[in-house]
Design a protein around this ligand. Structure first.
Ligand SMILES: Cc1ncc(C[n+]2csc(CCOP(=O)(O)OP(=O)(O)O)c2C)c(N)n1
Ligand SMILES: [Mg+2]
Length: 554
């Protein structure tokens, strides 16, 4: 066999059936070999977009994503998306073509392993024709089992060489082992929960990955805990009457009040970082903090904790429930711990941001982003995936658009990069065609990643792309404006984004008030053959609540 074909065959055997990328001469053959082996190939227009698509696809399906790029600039173009994936611990395999060992003076030569290492990804390489198949299998399994973003260099000379399919098949995956929580730690956590009067659980990405909802709800029911998540796990407790939604800057006033009032906070697969705790301000002075994480090094990484438990969120919750020896209240509510019927009713009335009163600042020329988002929440089907870019606007879609479960929210903020939202939405839409995908972008992020509109149109994706258009890098405007700094570098003249979208073949809508949303209704009722782009000219009198909060300690 030729190595590129053997690598494709090995990856196909491991279940690779969807690949994102931009093809150049260096990855042409391996990409075509994957297609020949049955994979769906999604051609992006920029490698940065391709990386975000693969990342979001992996997050939405729970399976490793695969990205294929040309050597040199193909990889450097993809780096921001790769960094986001690496920081978010997305299992992702990057097939990065590389120059031959002899091509020391090639224009395309870069140090692939150094780039990968520099952004927190794991380097890998096809070392030689005879090792290539096992190298590829090992790289894929590292991505899958250790939740790593692996950048595998595929030197052209190795790719083009002959190799033999190994007798007995390629490397076999070793059994995956999760660390069992130590009995002493389980007992300590059970004792802390038994003593707590107002426990709150905050579940993070680790709980989402561990599919820990059931085990956590059961334990929470047994000890009367309220349930919250980090932004990365938003939706995990959707439907529970004790769900406070997201903890941190996005928390609604009632959620913030209840989390601050906790006497015990348990982070489950959650780093309890500055965003999740509002720089620690959501954790009361005397509150006991416990962190459960599968990764020992993560414990206490962002803040001091009173107890660290190394273990998988679901396994640990089950062990603690057994240790506690209590059953959850059968009626679904009881005066246990933090739970009471009056509180349950208050949560039902007040926990959602859209139920928090506000005065609309729209003036007919510009729509209040809260009014816009509430109107969209009413219009759009509940079965949806919401993908959010970065910027001042991001709290509105994150908190005013409901999502059906933890897979309905694609939050690519591990690197805090602007411009990833549209491509992430495309990856999520491909992963979950059963759900309507909503891309929520600022005008800055939208224009940064706009080339992927062509991809969305070409693929006929039924996306709702809503752009919170304040004609500015609003985050910077609201950060520096109040101190009187000049803002010319972060403000822009009006752009007719709807006209640009129409040029790409999307259905365009410009929105200045809620009445302008009628075309969205029509689009939803129609065949949805191309994305709809809503250029919402939003009010920009002030920074969003969460941004003000974030910059207070910036
Ligand atoms: C790649 C990148 N460049 C710059 C920044 C700094 N930055 C953070 S928010 C922001 C503004 C984004 O503008 P827009 O998408 O319009 O959202 P807005 O803040 O206006 O709501 C910028 C430039 C960043 N986070 N990432
Ligand atoms: Mg803006």
């Amino acid at each position: 066999m030729i190595v590129y074909d053997a690598v494709a065959a090995a990856l196909a055997d491991l279940g690779v059936d969807t690949v994102f990328g931009v093809v150049g001469s260096g990855n042409f053959h391996v990409t075509n070999a994957l297609i020949a082996r049955g994979a769906r190939y999604v051609a992006a227009r920029h490698e940065g977009g391709a990386a975000c698509m693969a990342d979001a696809w992996a997050r939405s399906t729970g399976r490793p994503g695969v990205l294929t790029v040309h050597q040199g600039p193909g990889l450097t173009n993809a780096l921001t998306g790769i960094t986001e994936a690496a920081k978010a611990r997305t299992p992702l395999l990057v097939l990065a073509a590389d120059v031959s060992a002899s091509a020391a003076q090639s224009n395309f030569k870069i140090d692939v392993a150094a780039l990968a290492t520099g952004v927190g990804a794991t380097p890998a390489r096809l070392h030689s024709p005879s090792l290539a198949i096992d190298d590829a299998v090992r790289a894929y399994l590292t991505a899958a089992d250790e939740r790593r973003t692996v950048v595998m260099a595929l030197p052209l000379d190795v790719q083009a060489a002959e190799c033999l399919w190994p007798a007995g098949g390629p490397l076999q995956p070793a059994a995956r082992m999760k660390p069992e929580p130590q009995p002493r730690d389980v007992a300590a956590l059970a004792a802390a929960l038994a003593k707590a009067e107002r426990p709150v659980f905050i579940a993070g990405r680790g709980a989402r990955v561990a599919a820990a909802r059931e085990a956590l709800e059961y334990l929470a029911g047994a000890c009367g805990a309220l349930l919250a998540t980090s932004a990365a796990a938003k939706g995990l407790f959707k439907g529970s009457p004790w769900d406070l939604d997201v903890s941190g800057g996005f928390a609604s006033p009632l959620a913030a009040e209840l989390i601050t009032g906790a006497d015990l906070i348990v982070g489950w697969g959650c780093g309890l970082n500055q965003w999740t705790t509002r720089h620690g301000n959501l954790i009361g002075r005397g509150t006991i903090v416990v962190q459960v994480d599968i990764d020992k090094a993560a414990i206490g990484g962002h803040r001091r904790v009173n107890l660290g438990v190394v273990g998988d969120a679901a396994q640990t919750a089950a062990a603690v429930t057994a240790e506690l020896g209590r059953m959850p209240a059968a009626s679904g509510w009881a005066d246990t711990g933090y739970r009471s019927q009056p509180l349950r009713e208050r949560i039902a009335r007040e926990i959602r941001w859209r139920d928090v009163p506000y005065s609309d600042e729209g003036d007919g020329q510009r729509i209040d982003p809260r009014t816009l988002t509430i109107a969209l929440d009413d219009l759009l089907p509940a079965e949806r995936t919401v993908a959010v870019d970065s910027g001042n606007f991001m709290g509105y879609p994150s908190m005013y658009l409901s999502v059906p479960d933890q897979d309905g929210f694609c939050f690519t903020q591990a690197f805090q990069s602007v411009g990833l939202g549209l491509a992430s939405a495309i990856g999520a839409a491909i992963a979950r065609p059963d759900r309507l995908t909503v891309a929520a972008l600022g005008d800055g992020g939208a224009l940064m990643g706009i080339s992927e509109l062509e991809t969305a149109v070409r693929l006929g994706l039924p996306l709702v792309i809503v752009i919170y258009d304040d004609e500015a890098y609003g985050a910077e405007v609201h950060h520096f404006g109040p101190a009187g700094h000049p803002l010319e570098s972060v403000t822009f003249p009006p752009t007719d984004i709807a006209a640009i979208a129409a040029g790409y073949g999307c259905t365009p809508v410009t929105v200045r008030s809620a009445a302008d949303l009628d075309p969205v209704r029509d689009w939803l009722a129609g065949p949805r053959a191309a994305p709809i782009v809503i250029d919402a000219k939003v009010t920009a009198n002030r920074g969003s609540w969460w941004l003000e909060e974030a910059f207070r300690a910036h």
